[in-house]
Design a protein around this ligand. Structure first.
Ligand SMILES: [Zn+2]
Length: 487
């Protein structure tokens, strides 16, 4: 009677022996295991509770329910997220470095500020230190310089003798071709074109040639052109929200023609564009933007700061402690210009920035990708690297975007524009391990993006203490420069 049972037991133990090694399979190795995380799925605007994330070699290699991941994976470093909120690293899609060769050290000192504020990628939109910035980009990628991933336009294309320094000057199609060949040689990440002296037709030629060469382009659209002309030529993004106002005017083409013929100046052109703005015209234009895949970087907070230089006192801003004395000196340009404005001009500026801001929710409604960018750097007074992006996101929500839409602008729109969504923009296997842990839920309150507990940059963990040390070091550098200047 017992024999079959014994035989069955023996068979069972044999089976156990056979399957035991499989059950006890060595766990897969990662570098960092993040436990009990609440992942913010930005794309679907929802949170996924009790997840674990594994990073290895600078990439995310596993994400899933905490228990299952903890069973299958081991790592020398475990991070207890304690149900904190995990978002992809933030992208600031419009920053600048510059002010001249004397300011290289002060500009370079801004890099850690971005990381300390959860910004893991920045898009440099040209300045007058383009070759330094290109070198930093490569050093950061190699790991020999600490900073966020840096994508840069390199030197911008301009006309002859432009007001902007550090440019490739173009007075002919041949010049444009040579400039683009040079930019290709520099392996720039995109092309920036500004128009202080660039001929409008050469602007269109540059945009079209850049596109033909497979380069994305962005810039300041000449007033003598309609925005549609620039988009049709192949412009990839509009920088600064006020340019997006132009196609909202049924008179845009006539205003552009009057400006081109010298019949009106820029101020008059802007006044006419503003007063003739029409909601239906704008929405039709914005739906075409969306269909064309054109993105807009509003840099709204930067414009707001400039519009209010007269009635907002920045002299006690805590963030001045992060701005070197020479960079701070570059702020004077706009401050002095603002001081010369008449009361009527000031009132007009205040009213105008509100009208420009009202365009933002219309673009979103039309489906135009919005990219969060600050315009922080030299010249742009009190527009602070790092914290400025959080101010921009606050403003997006104040203007009517949902927190999820604002977060999309700062985590997914940038990678989408660069064609890098396969590597960025979500917490998922295969993505770069650029991760920010927040102590509050950014989908319910956008202010939560400031509540940074930990920043993981290309797999390297920087906890709150490390981020505070980064900030303290940045302040100490500036304090030392300030002391030197005072002597
Ligand atoms: Zn800019």
């Amino acid at each position: 009677m017992l024999k079959p049972l014994r035989r069955a037991l023996a068979a069972l133990s044999a089976l156990t022996v056979l399957t035991a090694p499989a059950l006890a399979a060595p766990r897969q190795q990662g570098d960092v295991l993040i436990r009990h995380a609440t992942i913010v799925d930005v794309e679907k605007a929802r949170t996924v509770p009790d997840q674990a994330i594994v990073t290895r070699g600078g990439a995310i290699v596993a994400v899933g329910p905490d228990k299952a991941i903890a069973r299958d994976w081991a790592a020398p470093r475990t991070l207890e997220a304690a149900h904190r909120f995990v978002i992809p690293g933030l992208w600031d899609m419009h920053v600048h470095f510059g002010g001249g060769p004397d300011l290289i050290a002060e500009n370079k000192a801004l890099l850690p500020l971005y990381v300390a504020h959860g910004i893991t990628t920045i898009r440099d939109c040209a300045g007058d230190l383009p070759y330094d910035v290109l070198a930093w980009r490569d050093e950061i990628a190699r790991g020999s310089l600490f900073g966020p991933n840096l994508l840069t336009s390199g030197p911008k294309i301009e006309g002859l003798k432009p007001i902007w320094k550090g440019t490739l000057e173009a007075g002919s199609k041949a010049d444009v071709d040579a400039a683009l060949a040079r930019l290709q040689g520099l392996k720039v990440d995109f092309v920036k074109i500004t128009d202080s002296t660039l001929d409008p037709q050469l602007f269109l030629y540059a945009v079209a040639r850049a596109k033909a060469l497979g380069l994305r382009s962005s810039g300041h659209i000449p007033m003598a052109l309609t925005v549609r002309q620039a988009v049709d030529a192949g412009l990839s993004s509009i920088e600064h929200l006020d340019y997006a106002r132009h196609p909202g005017s049924p008179d845009e083409a006539a205003i552009a023609a009057d400006f081109a013929a010298g019949r009106i100046n820029r101020a008059e052109a802007n006044r006419r564009l503003a007063t003739s703005f029409d909601h239906a015209t704008a929405m039709a234009a914005y739906r075409r933007f969306a269909a064309d895949g054109l993105a807009v970087t509003p840099t709204l907070n930067g414009s707001r700061i400039i519009a209010h230089l007269d009635d907002e006192d920045h002299s006690h801003d805590a963030y001045l402690a992060y701005i070197g004395p020479k960079l701070r000196k570059t702020y004077d340009w706009r401050i002095e210009r603002a001081a010369k404005a008449t009361p009527a001009e000031i009132a007009a500026r205040h009213a105008d920035i509100e009208r420009v801001g009202a365009i933002l929710p219309m673009l979103v409604e039309a489906g135009v990708p919005i990219m969060a960018g600050t315009d922080a750097g030299f010249l742009n007074s009190f527009n602070y690297p790092g914290i400025g992006l959080h101010d921009e996101l606050d403003l997006f929500v104040a203007k009517g975007l949902t927190p999820a839409q604002a977060l999309t602008a700062a985590t997914r729109a940038g990678p989408a524009w660069f064609g890098k969504l396969d590597r960025y923009g979500a917490i998922a296997p295969g993505k770069v391990a650029d991760i920010v842990l927040l102590t509050a839920n950014p989908l319910t309150d956008i202010h939560a993006t400031r509540a940074i507990d930990t920043v993981i940059l290309r797999g390297r963990v920087h906890d709150r203490a490390a981020l505070d040390a980064m900030l303290a070091e940045a302040r100490a550098k500036v304090a030392a420069w300030n002391a030197e200047t005072a002597q």
